[in-house]
Design a protein around this ligand. Structure first.
Ligand SMILES: [Zn+2]
Length: 372
């Protein structure tokens, strides 16, 4: 990851590069970004820059042995801690055991979120966590001298999910840091960090991407322009969300949703059973995504019903759907349907059989279409 790979944010890049040039490095930096923002990418670019054997005022070289090792996340002076959860794929309960999987996850891009990582590692229905053992194990990792560079770097992604004992173990290390060690703490929910940790770090505030930056990023990656434009419009500077949206579009969630709702509207029982069977074969993340998508559209219908249609951020085709469906359902019923979808979402999270949940939801929703 190089600074140049990250869209925009030039003032932040300049500040970071200057801190290296003038050797004014704080021993702990907090990369405080928005969800789907550049926190992780910026942290990686900064670590690469620090370790580069041939850096310029502009950027790391990207080709020296150190840059290559950083690119592969195998640099011996670079350590990573991130949330993990027990998974069928991996035996072990530290970040180290998950490192190969983590590397392949990040090779797909640095604009990722915790739910994506949990999904990727096959953490079934579990929250990720950073254990207190992990925090303590850090000291062992950092007690050896740097192998190649001047600094040892420890990056902690999603430090905000640490519980009190893990956070306190980390705090202890930040209070008496090993020599020549840099802590790069990455958070997209910094309000959840202990104030005592905040006070020990230099905070680098990283704003969300602008629409133009998101758009350029998507187009450069070969996504069709209309699709990119739409995803940019909908994602509000959340690059992770934008990427998910363009992919989601390919999965055609909307087509599935529309088919489902039309079948509810027509009370086509045979089709509703088929669809429930189909939803049952999807993985849990897709099931939740479909329900989230449904919630989003139902909220849009509420807005439309209240005459606030100009606030809607949906593509043309979906807008027509929203308009038509808001005519078919009463305002009151919309509220109840949203409650039902939320309930279904909870049931999916609690591992109720998806086929039952979706069929039940279909049969509960269908009568609402007739009421108006
Ligand atoms: Zn280099």
């Amino acid at each position: 990851m190089l600074f140049n790979d990250i869209p925009g944010l030039d003032p932040i890049k300049a500040t970071l590069k200057r801190s290296v040039a003038t050797s004014h490095l704080a021993h702990a930096l907090l990369f405080d970004s928005t969800v789907g923002g550049a926190g992780l990418a910026m942290g990686l670019a900064f670590a690469t820059y620090i370790n580069c054997e041939n850096r310029s005022a502009e950027d790391a070289c990207g080709v020296c042995p150190s840059c290559i090792k950083m690119q592969k996340l195998i640099h011996p002076d670079f350590h990573f801690i991130f949330p993990i959860a027990s998974s069928k794929k991996i035996g072990g309960n530290t970040s180290e055991a998950f490192l190969p999987l983590w590397r392949s996850f990040l090779s797909e891009g640095p604009y990722r979120t915790l739910p994506q990582w949990l999904d990727y590692m096959g953490a079934e229905n579990k929250q990720g966590n950073i254990s207190v053992e992990e925090s303590r194990g850090v000291l062992r990792k950092l007690s050896v001298k740097a192998y190649e560079g001047e600094y040892k770097i420890l990056m902690i992604w999603k430090a905000d999910i640490m519980n009190a004992s893990s956070a306190n173990a980390l705090l202890k290390i930040l209070e008496e840091p090993p020599e020549k060690t840099l802590f790069l703490i990455i958070s997209d929910q910094s309000d959840r960090l202990l104030t005592t940790i905040l006070s020990r770090t230099q905070r680098i505030h990283i704003p969300a991407f602008s629409d133009r930056q998101v758009m350029e990023y998507l187009v450069q990656r070969g996504y069709p322009e209309p699709l990119s434009k739409q995803a940019t419009f909908l994602s509000d500077g959340n690059l992770s969300e934008a990427l998910t949206l363009v992919k989601e579009q390919q999965d055609d969630t909307y087509a599935l949703f529309a088919d489902w709702m039309r079948s509810c509207y027509k009370y086509d029982l045979a089709r509703l059973i088929e669809l429930a069977d189909h939803f049952d074969t999807m993985n849990k993340e897709r099931q939740k995504a479909l329900l989230e998508y449904s919630l989003r559209l139902y909220r849009d219908m509420l807005l439309w019903g209240q005459g606030a249609g100009e606030l809607l951020r949906v593509p043309e085709e979906v807008l027509t759907f929203v308009q038509n469906f808001s005519k078919a359902v009463s305002f009151d019923a919309l509220g109840k349907m949203i409650d039902e979808i939320n309930k279904a979402y909870l049931h999916i999270e609690r591992n109720v059989r998806a086929k039952m949940v979706f069929l039940d939801l279909s049969l509960t929703m269908a009568p609402y279409f007739k009421i108006k």
